[in-house]
Every structure is written in structure tokens, then in C-alpha cells.
Design a protein around this ligand. Structure first.
Ligand code: HEM
Length: 413
């Protein structure tokens, strides 16, 4: 391991709001501070920073510049996803789904499985999902307009992404409330009070639910996505039921939380930037560019991570085989080398080469669907809403991975 030299700058205290002492492995650092001052300093002075080990916790690299983050995403041959792609998981020894679930898999298996799963996102499959997304988004927004105070998380964002994935997987409406409840519990370890055992139990419930669905679809195949994957061969072999269940779950994991917090983030950003809401509402800026700016502004997945398979150079740093490398989308998406006035929320920003959906071989599989859901919500807001009043400062999700708010009290008029 060769450090980029500034490890001494790095401490464990969170008192310094300028960001000099943020511990990126600690969710508290992200909730207690606005880390943008930290990213600015890092991009300028130490863009690939080594975070030394703390006790038994391994050290890791943090990459801050847009160009370096993008290059790392492309370099799947030397930067592996198979041990895990989230810092917390890597620091705890790696992902048990490594090599079995699309997001945490390397070539050649990744390329084959991705081809199979991409069929789930073909125009034929997405055609009927798209119509349902637009209808659902419009009904959810309409129910809140003029209804006084509401929590946009509970009343709008909770319902759209999970139902969209369930439409894609053709899961019956009667199963969905249970899936939503499990999914919330599965992610509850991301709050400071969350119980990790309860979260694990909920994850197991979801996996065993999908194992049953997979068995059923193998017996009676249909035209749906699960039947499609269940029938496919990867590296010449049919997939096991456990691996199929994992990959169904990965669509919920990938599709639910990120889209949910981005929807909440969109309402928050538009409600707190009146002039931008005006530009969008009057058609001066398009929904298409607003969706991209919301994705950049929120950057719900603040980082993704890789493990170096060989010694390599990233920017000024010499990284050793086996090192954990974290790619900070949140920093890349605010890099002034790429974005003019990055801390300005600008619904007309174009071009907008943000990395909120990743880049390269693991680029978000659900990008089309995520964008579709966000445009459906914005379209409906533009048609039905004049004023967005945010009534309270919303609580932040407790995480160093996911950026977002767990509730948003507002009034739509
Ligand atoms: C991958 C973000 C919506 C499924 C990714 C990655 C990012 C991302 C950054 C790259 C991960 C990496 O490189 O390791 C987002 C955001 C979304 C969103 C911000 C919404 C606003 C969705 C939806 C689905 C989905 C709706 C599915 C229905 C996936 C899957 C992968 C992925 C399966 C793994 C792809 C692979 O490894 O080849 N997403 N995502 N995502 N996303 Fe999304």
C-alpha cells in the first residue's frame, strides 16, 4: 500500500464542519455535516485519499474527482465488484452474494447474466409497465394536491418504485403490502436505531418468498421477467433457485430505495428552489433536463466501491492489489471541472454528465425505469400543482451510502 500522503489530516472527530476530519466509514459524518466543503478540499488537494485502518477496520481509498471516478467505473478488469460494492459491507469482510448476484459479480459471468436480465427491460416488457407508472404517479400526486399537509415519502414515494418493480416481475397486488413491509425492515439497519437482526430476518423472508415464486414460474412459465431469467442458461448452466431468488431481490434492492429517495429529493429540491420550480412549471425548462438535474443534485447512491485485483495507479495514488477503492459519486457530481456552479440546482442544466446511475459495465440496469418514474412524477406535478410548500426540515436517512430523506412534510396546491 502506498499512501497518497495526507493520512495525517484525517482524524475521527466530527467537530470540524469544514470537513477536514470526516470519517467516510461513519454514517454520522454524513448526517451531522454538509460534506461538500470536504469534497471541495479533497478534489483540489488530495483527490485519491487513503483512509488508514482504524483498529481492526481495514483502510480504504476514496476517489473524489469526476474523471477518476468515471475511469474507475470503466476499469472492471482491474477493479472488481465480486467482493461487494458498498463500503460498509467490504469493511465487514465482503458480500455473501458475491459472484451470484448481478451487481456483485465480474466478467465473464456478469456479462452473460446482464444480457439475460436486460431482456427484462426490453421495450416489449417495459411498454405496459410504463403506462402503469404514469397512471400510478398521476393518481398519487392528485390525491395529495389540495389535501393539506401530507408526508410525500409515505403518500407518494413509498408506492411508486416497489409497485413498478412488482409490475415488472408480475407479482400479485395482494403480496405487495407484505413485500413493502419486509423491504422497509430489510433496510432499517440504515437508521441509527435500526435492528440489524430484524433487517436480516426481513431479507431472508424476501429471499424465501422469491424462491417460492421462482419454483412456481419454473413449473408454469409465463411471459414475465422471472420466467425469462429462470429459463436462461448462464455459463452453460441453468441458475440455481437460490441465485434466481437473489437476482429477483436485486431488482427490488436496486429499484426501490434509490428511486424512492430521489422522488422525495425531487420534491424537496423543487419546493426549496422556487425560481427553478417556476422554470419547470412554465415550460422554460424541460422535464427531461430536470430529471437529470434531480439525479445529480440528490445522488442517492453517494458511493460505490470496488476491490483492486492488481497494483494500479488511480490519479496520483499507487493502489495495491486487494485494496478497497470507494468511488464518491456525490463528489464527482459536484466537480467544478465538469459542472459549472455545481452547488446551483438548475433544472435546465444540459449537458449533465452526472454519475448518479454509475458508468461502464455495471451502469444501472434500471436507469430507463428510474428515469421513467421520476419523469412521471414531475410531469404530473407540472400539470397539477402551482405551489410546493415544504413545511418542516426533513429527517435524513442515516447512512454513508444512501443520501436522502425518510419523510417530507409538504403541501401541494
Ligand atoms: C446498478 C443507481 C434505479 C437496478 C446501479 C448503479 C448505480 C445505480 C449508481 C451502479 C452500481 C455499481 O457500479 O456498482 C440507481 C439510481 C436509481 C436506480 C440512482 C434511481 C433513481 C434502479 C431501478 C432498478 C435498478 C429502478 C431496477 C428495477 C439496478 C441493478 C444494478 C444497478 C440490477 C446492477 C447492474 C450491474 O451490476 O450490472 N444503479 N439505480 N436501479 N441498478 Fe440502479
Amino acid at each position: 500500500m502506498v499512501s497518497s500522503g495526507n493520512a495525517a489530516l484525517f482524524g475521527s472527530s466530527h467537530d470540524d464542519t469544514s470537513g477536514a476530519a470526516l470519517d467516510l466509514a461513519d454514517p454520522a459524518a454524513f448526517v451531522e455535516h454538509d460534506p461538500h466543503a470536504y469534497w471541495d478540499r479533497m478534489r483540489r488537494g488530495d483527490p485519491v485519499r487513503w483512509h488508514p485502518p482504524v483498529g481492526s477496520r481495514p483502510g480504504f481509498w476514496a476517489v473524489a474527482r469526476h474523471r477518476d471516478v468515471q475511469d474507475c467505473y470503466k476499469d472492471a478488469a482491474r477493479l472488481s465488484s465480486a467482493r461487494g460494492t458498498v463500503l460498509d459491507v467490504l469493511l465487514r469482510g465482503g458480500d455473501s452474494a458475491g459472484g451470484r448476484m448481478l451487481a456483485v459479480m465480474d466478467r465473464p459471468r456478469h456479462r452473460e447474466l446482464r444480457q439475460v436480465m436486460l431482456r427484462a427491460f426490453s421495450p416489449r416488457v417495459l411498454g405496459h409497465v410504463a403506462e402503469a407508472v404514469r397512471r400510478r404517479a398521476d393518481a398519487l400526486v392528485t390525491a395529495v394536491v389540495g389535501a393539506g399537509e401530507s408526508d410525500a415519502a409515505r403518500d407518494i414515494a413509498d408506492h411508486l418504485p416497489l409497485n413498478t418493480v412488482c409490475d415488472l416481475l408480475e407479482l400479485p397486488a395482494s403480496d405487495r403490502p407484505q413485500l413493502l413491509e419486509w423491504n422497509k425492515r430489510a433496510l432499517s439497519s440504515e437508521s441509527a436505531e435500526g435492528d440489524p437482526f430484524d433487517a436480516l430476518e426481513a431479507r431472508n423472508e424476501i429471499l424465501s418468498y422469491f424462491a417460492d415464486v421462482v419454483r412456481e414460474r419454473r413449473r408454469r412459465p409465463g411471459e414475465d421477467v422471472i420466467s425469462m431469467i429462470a429459463d436462461a442458461r448462464v455459463e452453460g448452466e441453468p441458475m440455481t433457485e437460490d441465485d434466481l431468488a437473489l437476482n429477483c431481490y436485486s431488482l427490488i434492492l436496486g429499484g426501490d430505495e434509490s428511486t424512492r429517495v430521489t422522488t422525495i429529493g425531487a420534491l424537496h429540491a423543487l419546493g426549496t428552489h422556487e425560481e427553478q420550480w417556476h422554470r419547470l412549471r412554465t415550460g422554460e425548462a424541460a422535464v427531461r433536463t430536470a430529471v437529470e438535474e434531480v439525479l445529480r443534485w440528490v445522488t442517492p447512491a453517494m458511493h460505490f466501491a470496488r476491490t483492486a485485483t492488481v497494483d494500479l495507479r488511480i490519479g496520483p495514488a499507487e493502489v495495491s492489489a486487494g485494496d478497497i477503492v470507494t468511488l464518491w459519486n456525490i463528489s464527482a457530481n459536484n466537480d467544478p471541472a465538469v459542472f459549472t456552479r455545481p452547488r446551483r440546482f438548475d433544472v435546465g442544466r444540459d449537458p449533465n454528465p452526472h454519475l448518479a446511475l454509475g458508468h461502464g459495465p455495471h451502469f444501472c440496469l434500471g436507469a430507463f425505469l428510474g428515469r421513467l418514474e421520476l419523469s412521471a412524477v414531475l410531469d404530473s406535478l407540472v400539470r397539477r400543482v402551482r405551489r410546493i410548500d415544504i413545511l418542516r426540515e426533513p429527517p435524513r436517512v442515516y447512512s454513508n451510502f444512501l443520501f436522502g430523506h425518510s419523510a417530507l412534510h409538504l403541501r401541494l396546491d
